[in-house]
Design a protein around this ligand. Structure first.
Ligand code: MLT
Ligand code: ZN
Length: 475
């Protein structure tokens, strides 16, 4: 069944045209490594189909000849899910030419977009129709909708609107054998058997290729009130979340935890960043209330709630954004933490989720464990505290300590993830599995659940051509 690489390339070129296939090493290079540079792969070629039918023909050909296919969006993932392996026998399938907004239906609050649209483009298309698409991530200018859905991305609005899965009404998917699942429903209610689309959300391209999606829209956000709040610790932050949700009639849309260590990295590495407060505090929360009315009075509400919290000793200090640029500056700090941490040097990343009510108890133990067992590292644990999701990252204390820290990655990861497990948490909250966490999935997933995943893989991709070795180990 197998074809010579040269023969496969000429068949693909015949299907896609010369522009639809990249084979020159310089053209392939950007597709062969991941955003974090954890993996350096090789590939037969990069296919750039311009239509769903072309995707279908490419998959049918690859299925017949047992060629592994690695779907590739904006390449902003953290787990190597879009990078081919080192064999040079896999085909990268870039979705970037499938980039049309097919329709926007403001009355139905829905939008249909192709997988290669950047997230920012989907947000803008919704805004042009006076609607709001709430998925929001630091990489939204680059990441693509197909990748967002394939990894079930989270981001900073999950607290109010849910993850990518919750925002999806329907999918168009090309299956491994080239059949097209035409499931772009825009219905909110549709109880017709199994929820098949759900299988492809978060599957990271291992069961089929998402080529388009129908997603939910919401009333336009017309008022935003944001504050950068100093708190004593994670317990105080969790208590503040409960307090702010009830004080605002549940209009908290983002509640991001930022430790002093993260703010210092941003101040050191990101030009133009400034400390929003006059003095240093151990922890901060970036809290944002949003509403769909122009005159929701959110600024006054936030100010009054924080004044009361300060009087009660529930918070230590707060800066309120008085303008759009000030809000952008607060978000600039939050969104540039990953980049600041990258510039700082070596580090270990975790993407954990805990029940919100257990976050503080977990942190008590985890912070103490890092302090005792990881002298080469400094904890930079930040993230979506409102969702119970922290990026429990550890940066090397000095450049010289980087190698020693990285050499201990496995042991540190194991200890943190085991502790997360004891608290009923997840080792992968929003970044997925990719290639990086295949072993973790095997370790922490029950045998019954794992065997169901393997069974689904066998049914949908019996020849194991879809993103081989990602999520599940290649048999
Ligand atoms: C974030 O919330 O900034 C991202 O998920 C990335 C990260 O792990 O740093
Ligand atoms: Zn995150």
């Amino acid at each position: 069944m197998s074809l010579e690489p040269g023969e496969l390339r000429s068949r693909l070129r015949a299907l896609l045209g010369a522009d639809g296939l990249l084979t020159e090493p310089a053209d392939l290079a950007p597709y062969l490594t991941d955003h974090r540079r954890l993996y350096q792969g090789a590939a037969l070629a990069v296919a750039r189909p311009g239509s769903v039918e072309e995707v279908a023909r490419v998959l049918a050909l690859c299925n017949t000849h047992r060629v592994g296919v690695v779907p590739h969006g904006g390449n902003t993932g953290y787990c190597g899910g879009a990078t081919p392996d080192e064999s040079g026998r896999q085909l990268v399938l870039a979705l970037s030419r499938l980039n049309r907004i097919r329709s926007v239906d403001a009355d139905n609050d829905s939008l249909i977009a192709e997988a290669g649209c950047t997230l920012a483009r989907v947000q803008a298309a919704a805004a042009a129709a006076e609607r709001f698409f709430p998925l929001s991530l630091g990489s939204e200018g680059t990441c693509q909708l197909g990748g967002n859905l394939s990894t079930n991305a989270g981001g900073t609005n999950v607290l109010r609107y849910g993850m990518a899965r919750n925002l999806t009404l329907g999918l168009e998917v090309v299956l491994a054998d080239g059949r097209i699942l035409e499931g772009l429903s825009v219905l909110r209610k549709d109880n017709t058997g199994y929820d098949v689309k759900s299988l492809f959300l978060g599957a990271e391209g291992t069961l089929g290729v998402i080529t388009a999606a129908s997603v939910k829209l919401f009333p336009m956000i017309r008022s935003r009130a944001s504050a950068f709040i100093a708190v004593a610790g994670v317990r105080a932050a969790s208590a503040l979340l409960t307090r702010m949700r009830s004080a605002s009639s549940d209009r908290v849309s983002s509640f991001e935890l930022i430790p002093r260590s993260a703010l210092e990295l941003v101040l050191r590495h990101i030009p133009g960043s400034t400390d929003p407060l006059d003095r240093a505090y151990p922890w901060y929360v970036l809290c944002e209330l949003t509403g769909s009315g122009e005159a929701d009075g959110l600024d006054a509400l936030l100010e009054q709630s924080l004044a009361a919290a300060l009087t009660d000793g529930a918070i230590l200090d707060a800066a309120l954004a008085r303008s759009g640029p000030q809000q952008d500056a607060f978000w600039g700090i939050r969104d540039s933490i990953p980049e600041a941490q990258r510039r700082e040097g070596a580090g270990i990343k975790h993407d954990i989720a805990l029940p919100v009510g257990k976050l503080a108890d977990f942190m008590d133990l985890a912070v103490a464990w890092v302090a005792t067992h990881v002298p080469e590292g400094r904890l930079v644990a930040y993230g979506h505290a409102g969702d119970g999701n922290l990026h429990f990252n550890i940066s090397a204390v000095t450049p010289a300590a980087g190698a020693a820290l990285l050499a201990r990655t496995e042991a540190v990861r194991r200890a943190i993830h085991d502790l997360v497990r004891q608290f009923g948490g997840s080792f992968s909250a929003e970044h997925g599995i990719g290639r990086l966490k295949v072993g973790e999935l095997e370790r922490y997933t029950s045998p019954v659940e794992l065997s169901l995943m393997q069974a689904m893989k066998r049914v949908l991709d019996p020849n194991h051509i879809m993103n081989p070795g990602k999520v599940l180990r290649q048999p």
